[in-house]
Design a protein around this ligand. Structure first.
Ligand SMILES: CC(C)(COP(=O)(O)OP(=O)(O)OC[C@H]1O[C@@H](n2cnc3c(N)ncnc32)[C@H](O)[C@@H]1OP(=O)(O)O)[C@@H](O)C(=O)NCCC(=O)NCCS
Length: 105
């Protein structure tokens, strides 16, 4: 879990999550360079998001957060992550969007 700045979310989400302070963190997600661009990154990201969905049934949190390295922001944007307004290399996706895109409850 990681704290986030509510003020750096779009206004609609600020209102929706006004009592929330922490999100689920994706950290150290990586694919060996020799195996890059073969779909493994997508596979491990979806696996991480599924695990966070399971965890969120026990510990409620509204967002998944990732600190993206330079050159990787677009990778996360491709999967629906949005940069925080104050920190472009820190991105989030709502658990509602994760559940909807993975067709999970
Ligand atoms: C980011 C990373 C996990 C991507 O892994 P990968 O196995 O190369 O990604 P995939 O092959 O599954 O790519 C999935 C899609 O994302 C795209 N993509 C992959 N890396 C990208 C990048 N750096 N920037 C933009 N798009 C990227 C692919 O083109 C692919 O798109 P497509 O489905 O339209 O063809 C991998 O490059 C990596 O480990 N980087 C170093 C560690 C790192 O920076 N981790 C992130 C820390 S937050």
């Amino acid at each position: 879990m990681i704290p986030f700045n509510l003020d750096a979310l779009p206004e609609k989400l600020q209102k929706k999550h006004k009592n929330a302070q922490t999100g689920g963190l994706i950290a150290r997600l990586a694919v060996d360079k020799d195996y890059a661009r073969q779909g493994y990154g997508e596979w491990v990201l979806i696996d991480a998001l599924k695990k966070l969905c399971t965890a969120s049934k026990t510990v409620a949190f509204p967002l998944v957060i990732v600190d993206a390295k330079d050159g990787v922001i677009e990778f996360y944007q491709k999967f629906g992550f949005t940069p925080f307004l104050d920190t472009p290399n820190k991105l989030f996706i709502s658990m509602a969007d994760v559940r909807a895109s993975l067709k999970l409850q």
